[in-house]
Each structure stands twice: as structure tokens, then as C-alpha cells.
Design a protein around this ligand. Structure first.
Ligand code: ADP
Length: 319
């Protein structure tokens, strides 16, 4: 392998830049040329491809977002779109590709691999919902953003003796809600992986109120439903002053935490190592602090599992 490409795709995540930097520097360290593909699969199809040097990735390890930009590209879901992408890669003499993104982006990498072009998937998403890794790049930063918000909301909730519903990201995975809820001492955590009974939540709030509790915080993952609706329901049922905060896209931004920068550096460099060994069609990840890689097709066939022991613990600690 003489020349590799790197792209970021799908929803951006803090730490993607650190991963791009690692791919570029690790490859150049091994005398491999690196080409940056801009705007994800859209840029791949259009030939938006430029050579990256050591200095191209200077001063980005600490920045959120992605210097390669990201895009969603429906056309890439078609065989024609994928073959057009491969044509561009061949035109630029690129022999292998690192794709940094979420499960949708992995599908693209899987398709390219099936057409015979070696790709490595690097998990970059705040949702922590990629099978084959315990943590995804961006999750820790998003979590810390949510915790920062919860701590601030808690101050005003206490001052006004209010109940707050905080809606966080996570359409199919409740990891952000669960970890933030546990770390933020939330009264209830609503995640897509577990059913909830609004009566239990209301009873818990009322018990807390009678005990003299000054505030309560309920975390709702967006996949469960609208935080606003749940807030209304709770206010009607408890008569407690209830407010709702939908955190939205602030969760995607910000300077990556040290944990995310280190994870991104390790995973990005590992992706290059695999390509150097002539391996393609792999998804890299971290398990028990060890770098791991799986067949990308097998990885995608599995389902990310939330830690239900942690969910149970969160319930035990918030009686
Ligand atoms: P994420 O990677 O964050 O999950 P998306 O689901 O939007 O984000 O996927 C990002 C991009 O990956 C899509 O816009 C599309 O170009 C590509 N992609 C998604 N699904 C497929 C698929 N089944 N086959 C090929 N490419 C896909």
C-alpha cells in the first residue's frame, strides 16, 4: 500500500479531527501518502480529494467538528454511486480508505469493501452505538457537555424548587442519557432500551417532594419521545413546577476531552496499521482498553448493547 484516503461522514463528533490527524501522521511515519476526501461520500463521488501533509493536520487535535467536513449523501447508497467513488479513488491512485463515522458510514465502507476496495471503519459518533467497540469517539465529550448542563440546571432547579426534564441525544441508544443520568444524579432516566411507567416516575417525584427535596432531574433520551410532552404529563400529574430543556446540537460540539483525543489517536493509528498489513473490511474498536478489530460485515450484524447493570444501579441510587 502506497497511498491511502481518509474521510469523515455522517453526524460529526468531537475527536474526529484527532482521528484524522492520527491517520495522517501514522501513515506518513510509515512513508505512505495520505489523501483527504472532503464532505464524506459526497466528496468521494465528486472527486473532492487533496493530498494531506504533516502540517495539514497541525493545530486540530483540540478542535471539535471535522476539518474534512461531513455530509450525508443518499446517492452513495446506490451501486452506481459506490462504483463512481471507487473510480475516483483509483484515479487518485489510492489503495485503501479509512472511514470515520457512525453506523450509516460503516454501511458505505462495507459496500466499498464488497466491491473489492479495502476500507477500515473507525467509530466516530457521540451516540456510542457502534457494535464492536465499548466506546465511540465523541461520546465522552458529549457526556461531559451534558453533565455541565445538568449541573447548571440543578442550580436553578434548586433555587426555584422545580422539576426539570432534560432531553438528550440518542435515537436508538440511551448511552448518553444513562451515563449522564448516573453521573448527574438524576431521579429518573428514560432510555429507548427500557420501558418506563410514568406512574412510577410521578410517585418517586412525590416521595422526594414530601421528603423535602428541592429539585428533581429527569433525563430523557430523544428516542423515547418528546421531553416537552413528558414534562407536560409530569406537571399535570404532580402539580410540581416543571420545566423542560432540550440540549440539542450543543452536544455535538466543543473541544474533545482528553479521553476522546487519546481514543481517536489510538483508533486512527490502528486503522492505518491494519491497512499496512493488507487488511481491509475491518471495523476497529476498543474493548477492555485493548484495540480490537472485527470483520465490518460481522460487526454491523451485531447490535450495540447498553449496560443494563448500570441502568439498574441508576435506579437503586435514585430511590
Ligand atoms: P452516521 O454515519 O453518523 O450513522 P448516516 O446514517 O447519515 O450517518 O450515514 C452517513 C452516510 O453514509 C450517508 O449519507 C450515506 O452516504 C452513507 N450510507 C448510509 N447508509 C448506507 C448504505 N446502506 N450503503 C451505502 N452507504 C450508506
Amino acid at each position: 500500500m502506497k497511498r491511502i484516503g481518509v474521510l469523515t461522514s455522517g453526524g460529526d463528533a468531537p475527536g474526529m479531527n484527532a482521528a484524522v490527524r492520527a491517520v495522517v501522521r501514522k501513515a506518513i511515519y510509515h512513508n505512505i501518502e495520505v489523501y483527504g476526501i472532503y464532505q464524506g461520500y459526497q466528496g468521494l463521488m465528486n472527486g473532492s480529494i487533496k493530498k494531506l501533509e504533516l502540517g495539514s493536520v497541525g493545530d486540530i487535535v483540540q478542535r471539535g467538528g471535522t476539518m474534512l467536513f461531513s455530509a450525508r449523501c443518499l446517492e452513495f447508497k446506490t451501486k452506481e454511486g459506490q462504483l463512481q467513488g471507487i473510480e475516483q479513488l483509483k484515479k487518485h491512485g489510492i489503495d485503501g480508505l479509512v472511514v470515520i463515522g457512525g453506523d450509516g458510514s460503516y454501511m458505505g465502507a462495507k459496500a466499498l469493501t464488497e466491491h473489492g476496495f479495502p476500507c477500515i471503519g473507525v467509530p466516530g459518533t457521540i451516540d456510542n452505538d457502534i457494535p464492536g467497540t465499548e466506546f465511540t469517539i465523541g461520546f465522552d465529550t458529549a457526556l461531559n457537555t451534558v453533565i455541565d448542563a445538568i449541573d447548571k440546571i440543578r442550580d436553578t432547579a434548586t433555587s426555584h424548587e422545580r422539576t426539570y426534564v432534560v432531553e438528550v441525544m440518542g435515537r436508538n441508544a440511551g448511552d448518553i442519557a444513562l451515563w449522564a443520568g448516573l453521573a448527574g444524579g438524576a431521579e429518573s432516566i428514560l432510555i429507548p432500551e427500557a420501558d418506563y411507567d410514568i406512574n412510577d416516575i410521578v410517585q418517586k417525584l412525590q416521595r422526594g417532594h414530601e421528603r423535602g427535596k428541592k429539585h428533581s432531574i429527569i433525563i430523557v433520551a430523544e428516542g423515547v419521545g418528546s421531553g416537552v410532552e413528558i414534562g407536560k404529563q409530569i406537571e399535570e400529574m404532580t402539580n410540581l413546577d416543571t420545566r423542560v430543556t432540550v440540549l440539542g446540537h450543543v452536544q455535538r460540539g466543543g473541544s474533545p476531552t482528553a479521553v476522546d483525543r487519546v481514543l481517536a489517536s489510538r483508533l486512527g493509528a490502528y486503522a492505518v496499521e491494519l491497512l499496512l498489513e493488507g487488511k481491509g473490511g475491518r471495523a476497529v474498536g476498543i474493548e477492555k482498553n485493548q484495540l480490537v478489530d472485527y470483520d465490518i460485515i460481522e460487526a454491523l450484524a451485531r447490535k450495540h448493547q447498553i449496560n443494563m447493570d448500570m441502568y439498574k444501579l441508576s435506579q437503586e441510587l435514585s430511590i
